[in-house]
Structure formats: structure tokens, C-alpha cells
Ligand binder design. Structure first.
Ligand code: NAP
Length: 288
């Protein structure tokens, strides 16, 4: 790490449990070094029962910014002074900014996803097929609805309650109908036929299950934008098969980097060096 610590160094970090596998310190410290900022980013393992003390500690120690990860994304919300309206709708925060003791919570997972998508496609007014209804899918569903996409959410038949509840909450929040369907081939074929964008927000295809895919290859086609939020491996089976079908692809690494970049910009007021952050994240993940 190129940063040298002084009495003026500004501290940021991440709270979660476990925390050992996070790429965020590598990404943010590379960004601080690249811009020559006197900041440092450190991991803090915080147990669920200690979250209140950790947030009070953020104020007491004048920690400028924190990322918040599992298991604290929901529980941190009532401990903050202000919430970004979208974070409030989603019901989860992943970024906190400390302005002189006033703590504001944001969900940069959601905007990181949108930013990564916008490099390849505009979802406004388009039909977007979202596979999965877990934590990441929830943030993605709300930001897509806010942007004016027409959403179809698919989830495993045995866990349909999640998809139905998510579609209902998104519909109520944005006064726009979102559809929930069971995840199987017939429904995928039906909804992908005239969709513009497909998002995999499940963990299917993630290492070590790299030979799995949530969507059969023959349903992918030219003109479809396929966004897989899984980032390990960088090119999942879904993305490889999408490329082979001449679809446009977006990798989960871009969402990961953009959620970090947007947090960085809130803490420092500087434009994030996105390429340096991506390089550091890939190196932290794969060692090269
Ligand atoms: P989560 O809350 O546990 O949700 C997992 C989702 O995957 C659920 O919808 C679950 O469906 C579904 N799923 C799991 N196994 C499945 C299978 N065999 N078939 C169909 N669906 C299956 O996890 P999460 O936090 O949302 O994370 C999901 C993935 O996104 C992970 O791989 C994670 O690494 C990645 N992620 C990436 C970023 C990024 O920045 N790129 C950010 C966050 C997460 P059920 O409801 O039926 O169980």
C-alpha cells in the first residue's frame, strides 16, 4: 500500500462479519494512492451484537466513511441520522458518510449496478428480466424501477414468496406494475422473447459452481443485454454463452467497482479513478 499514515490521515473502512475476503480495502487504498489523497481504508470485523457500538464509534473516532456488508446492511439503518430515499425504499444500506457526526446512509450497490449497466444500455421504458430475489436482486429491482424499467422477476418455485413480495413492494414504491414468475425454461422463453435486458442476480455460476447457468444458452440472442452480477469468475458460463449468441455482456466486476467508486466520491468529493479500482479489485480477487 502506497499510503503513509499521518496525524491528518482520514479514515474510512468496512464493517461486516466475516470480513477477511473483502476486496474493498484493495480497491479504495489503490484509489487514494492514485489521487494522492491522505486517506486510508481498513476492514473492521464487527459482530451483529456490536453494531450499535461500532456506529457510535464511527462518530466518536471521526471515521469519515464506512461500507456496510453482511450481516449489517439492514440493521444499520435505524442507527443512522438520515437515509437516501432509494436506500430507504430498498431497506438496506451499504455506505455511510459522516459529516461532522451526522451519519447518512446510501445504497451504492443499487447505483453501482445502474452505472455499470448504463455503459451498455438504457433500461428506461424497456422490459428487464431479473433472475433472483435475494439481497442484491432487491437493490437492483428498486433502482431499475426508479429508472422506469418494466420489470419481470423470476425466482425458484420453492421460494416464490420472495419474488412476489419484491414485485409488490417495487410496484407500490413506484406505482408501476412488476411481474413475478416461477423460474423455469417455459417462463424464461416467454419473457426473454421481447426483453431488452437480462440480469442474473442469483449466485448460480459463481465459483466453484462455474459450469452452472441460470438461463439455457438457446434463449440468448443478438440484441439482448446480459448482465451477470456474479464476479467470480469474471466471465461466467452465462456471459460466455451470451457472447457466443452475439448478445451484449456486462460483468459483475463492473457493479462491484462502481458501488465502490460511488462511495469513494461521497467520502472524498473527488471523481473516482475507476480503472485503478478495477485493476486492484481483480488483483485482490485473482492475484494478477
Ligand atoms: P442472496 O441474498 O443469498 O440471494 C441469492 C439468490 O440466488 C436468491 O434469489 C436465490 O434464490 C438464488 N439462488 C441460489 N441458488 C440458486 C439456484 N440453484 N437456482 C436458482 N436460484 C438460486 O445473495 P446475494 O447477496 O443477493 O448475492 C447473489 C450473488 O450476487 C452472489 O453470487 C454475490 O456474490 C453476487 N453479488 C455481486 C455483487 C456485485 O457487486 N457484483 C453485489 C452483491 C452480490 P432462492 O430465493 O430461491 O433461494
Amino acid at each position: 500500500m502506497g499510503n503513509s499514515i499521518s496525524g491528518r490521515t482520514i479514515v474510512c473502512g468496512i464493517i461486516g462479519d466475516p470480513i477477511e475476503h473483502t476486496m474493498s480495502p484493495a480497491m479504495h487504498n489503490a484509489a487514494f494512492a492514485k489521487l494522492g489523497l491522505d486517506y486510508v481504508y481498513v476492514p473492521f470485523r464487527v459482530k451483529a451484537e456490536d453494531l450499535g457500538q461500532a456506529v457510535a464509534g464511527m462518530r466518536a473516532l471521526s471515521i469519515r466513511g464506512l461500507n456496510v456488508t453482511i450481516p449489517h446492511k439492514v440493521a444499520a439503518m435505524p442507527l443512522l441520522d438520515e437515509l437516501d430515499p432509494l436506500a430507504q425504499k430498498i431497506g438496506a444500506v451499504n455506505t455511510v458518510v459522516n459529516d461532522g457526526g451526522m451519519l447518512r446512509g446510501y445504497n451504492t450497490d443499487a447505483y453501482g449496478f445502474l452505472q455499470a449497466l448504463l455503459a451498455k444500455a438504457e433500461p428506461e421504458g424497456k422490459k428487464v428480466v431479473l433472475v433472483g430475489a435475494g439481497g442484491a436482486a432487491r437493490a437492483i429491482a428498486f433502482v431499475l424501477a426508479e429508472r422506469g424499467a418494466q420489470l419481470v422477476i423470476l425466482n425458484r418455485p420453492q421460494e416464490m414468496d420472495w419474488a412476489v413480495a419484491l414485485a409488490k413492494r417495487v410496484g407500490e414504491a413506484f406505482r408501476k406494475n412488476a411481474e413475478a414468475l416461477e423460474l423455469h425454461r417455459e417462463n424464461l422463453a416467454k419473457v426473454l422473447f421481447d426483453a431488452a435486458i437480462l440480469v442474473n442476480a442469483t449466485s448460480v455460476g459463481m465459483s466453484p459452481g462455474v459450469n452452472e447457468t441460470p438461463v439455457p444458452a438457446d434463449l440468448l440472442r443478438d440484441g439482448l443485454v446480459v448482465f451477470d452480477i456474479v464476479y467470480n469468475p469474471l466471465k461466467t458460463r452465462l456471459l460466455r454463452e451470451a457472447e457466443a449468441a452475439d448478445a451484449t455482456t456486462v460483468s459483475g466486476i463492473d457493479m462491484l467497482v462502481w458501488q465502490g467508486a460511488l462511495a469513494f466520491e461521497k467520502w472524498t468529493g473527488q471523481k473516482a479513478p475507476v480503472d485503478a479500482m478495477k485493476e486492484a479489485a481483480v488483483k485482490a480477487l485473482f492475484g494478477h
